[in-house]
Write a protein that binds this ligand. Sequence first.
Ligand SMILES: *Cc1c(COP(=O)(O)O)cnc(C)c1O
Length: 228
Amino acid sequence: MMNDIAQNIEKVLNEIPDNIQLVAVSKTKPVEVIKEAYDAGFRIFGENRVQELIEKQPQLPDDIRWHMIGHLQTNKVKYIASFVDMIESVDSLKLLNTINKEAEKANRQIDCLLQFHIAQEESKYGFRIEEVEEMLSSDILKQLPYIRLKGVMGMGTFTDDQNVLIAEFSYLKSLYDKLKENFFGSDSAFKEVSMGMSGDYKLAIREGSTMIRLGTSIFGRRSSCQIV
Ligand SMILES: *Cc1c(COP(=O)(O)O)cnc(C)c1O
């Protein structure tokens, strides 16, 4: 008999196209709960705080692919560089430089997404497109061999207004298309558009998402006051 979490994952996987990656956002959830999803065969989990991630990671199997999805301070990169599968929340050149340096020390390449600010809320982190275009126009990536840029990430506004969300998601997809065309034409690794959470992932997929990050619809509601 399947447990609830396994069933929730199964249900989501059945309703999304095969080429969409699901990241199960396990923030605030204990390792026992993550283990249930793991035992059902699921491997990709997202956390938004370094402290929580480094507490959970050693208690769980090594073949879990951990995605860092929350704002990451440069002085904390060193704690996750040896094992993190992808950093989705890269929001500055300074952070990219630090990830490169720590990845080199760990003797591995780290997959990263460039996070863009697409929501109306002030508080959300992310690049502006001009910053990224300037960065990529310079030779900077050649100096960051331990980084592999795999695409873009963004969070929509916390709203029920579908039109607002559609506009934000299609904007992020258009940023991805522009970067792909101008800077990554021959780089097949640059292919991800990470957008869509429990409340809006169907819309996000319609607007071109390749990676959805679901917490609530897999693990249930988070009880704490932590919002993101
Ligand atoms: C918490 C969080 C999610 C998942 O949110 P749900 O609404 O519970 O699906 C997705 N992305 C980021 C960056 C988050 O912090």
